[in-house]
Design a protein around this ligand. Structure first.
Ligand code: DGY
Length: 421
């Protein structure tokens, strides 16, 4: 069976009826927010209506205040920790109580651009007000004082759970009682490829704090001991803003489009403040302490995805990416190789993730950097050809890591393989 057919088989096998689990291995037995959105990019290559259903199912779990949770629990979640009974969040107590990167508008725009089917267009149009409500919520709940940068209040909101970028900010969180005996993830994946016990204790203690405060959008920003204006989260939001404004304009919602244009202006200024001239890199800010986090994680490259002008404005950023690629067999590592915190096998502390590669390929192309985009695309496809559809990969060896038969890896493979060079 060729690789594209294998990718389709993985997406079909991980389909639980209306949503796709990230992997059939049991590691993630629910619907994850940004996983589903990125999976829809791949589904669209062989089943447009099903791609749309993936996003519709996600938005069926949207809270009344506009938040789209980072996990929706639809079925038996007993093999996951923390599951719905730990979170106790949402109207039906079937979700987590935090969000994840707002990549949905970009995917919906992609589906909108590629379809010729009026029925699909109508369903996409119905999603647009829901997308707007989520973006509104994000600014209100995660930047309530209007700084121009939204903050994540849990490392899980960034999607890059254990990036070294969080290390110092996470130290402000009490570890609380050890939850190592409750963890299920290390029964499915090697402990050395996952976040540490101490990180998990802190993750869960944050969840308990949010739960004790009823997940109230009007207070979590103030009470969370962990609060970071993540450059990656803001960059993905900014790209989403552009795509959402396009969609609102396309459906004739002039007021909505102008509201999003204001969001874009704020975020553009916020991202510009994250540029560190001396280091030639974009950094996030610990918004509890106002300290700039001078650690080169892959999130600092994502302004390339947000804005096609960034590459020309900051050629040193592109050179930095090139220097990372020169030091690995397969790009793009999730943290700068050679740094003491770089761990090539541990989750977001070094491994390659195809979803971020796709964002960089897309951003580099839009910036006119076709050669570099082709290199990142080539590495992405080569990893799959060499080792299959793993959750993430060792950038030094290509070794497959984490879950196997992974949905978003299969989806990105389909998407990148279908594109011309
Ligand atoms: C996990 O359980 O590892 C997830 O990344 C949390 O969202």
């Amino acid at each position: 069976m060729d690789l594209a057919q294998q990718a389709i088989e993985i997406l079909r096998a991980n389909d639980r009826g209306g949503y796709t689990v990230p992997t059939a291995t049991g590691l993630y037995p629910a619907q994850w927010n940004w996983d589903s959105c990125l999976v829809a990019l791949g589904l669209a290559h062989f089943d447009e209506p099903r791609a749309l259903t993936e996003i519709e199912t996600l938005f069926a779990g949207q809270w009344a205040d506009g938040m789209v949770p980072h996990i929706l629990f639809h079925g038996d979640d007993s093999s996951y920790f923390p599951n719905a009974s730990v979170w106790q969040a949402g109207p039906a107590r079937r979700s987590s109580g935090i969000t994840q990167p707002l990549v949905a508008a970009t995917v919906v725009r992609h589906l909108f651009d590629r379809t010729a089917d009026p029925a699909i267009r109508a369903r996409l149009t119905a999603l647009v007000p829901k997308l707007l409500a989520w973006h509104r919520w994000c600014y209100a709940a995660r930047d309530p004082y209007g700084t121009g940068l939204v903050s994540v209040i849990h490392p899980w909101e960034s999607g890059m759970d254990n990036s070294p970028v969080w290390d110092d900010a996470l130290h402000a969180v009490e570890p609380g009682p050890s939850v190592t005996h409750l963890r299920k993830d290390i029964g499915f994946a090697a402990a050395g490829h996952r976040p540490t016990g101490l990180e998990y204790d802190r993750y869960i203690n944050l969840v308990i704090k949010f739960r004790d405060n009823g997940y109230r959008a009007d207070c979590l920003y103030d009470i969370s001991p962990f609060r970071v204006a993540d450059i990656g989260f803001n960059a993905i939001l900014q790209r989403g803003n552009q795509d959402l404004r396009f969609l609102l304009t396309a459906i004739g919602d002039v007021g909505g489009a102008s509201e999003v244009a204001t969001m874009e202006q704020k975020t553009e200024a916020g991202i510009a403040r994250c540029w560190h001239e001396e280091d030639g890199f974009f950094y996030g800010i610990n918004t509890r302490t106002s300290v700039i986090i001078r650690k080169p994680g892959i999130a600092g490259l994502l302004p390339l995805f947000a804005d096609a002008a960034v590459a020309a404005r900051h050629p040193r950023l592109v050179q930095r990416l090139e220097s990372w690629l020169a030091r690995v067999a397969y790009g793009v590592p999730s943290f700068e190789p050679g740094r003491p915190e770089f761990e090539p096998r541990r989750y977001w502390r070094g491994p390659v993730w195809l979803i971020v590669n796709w964002m960089l390929v897309d951003g580099l192309r839009r910036s006119g950097r076709a050669g570099l985009a082709a290199r990142v695309r080539r590495d992405s496809l080569a990893l799959i050809e060499r080792t299959g559809f793993a959750e993430y990969f060792n950038p030094l060896t290509g070794e497959p890591l984490g879950g196997s038969a992974f949905s978003w890896t299969a989806a990105i493979y389909l998407h990148l393989a279908a594109e011309s060079q």
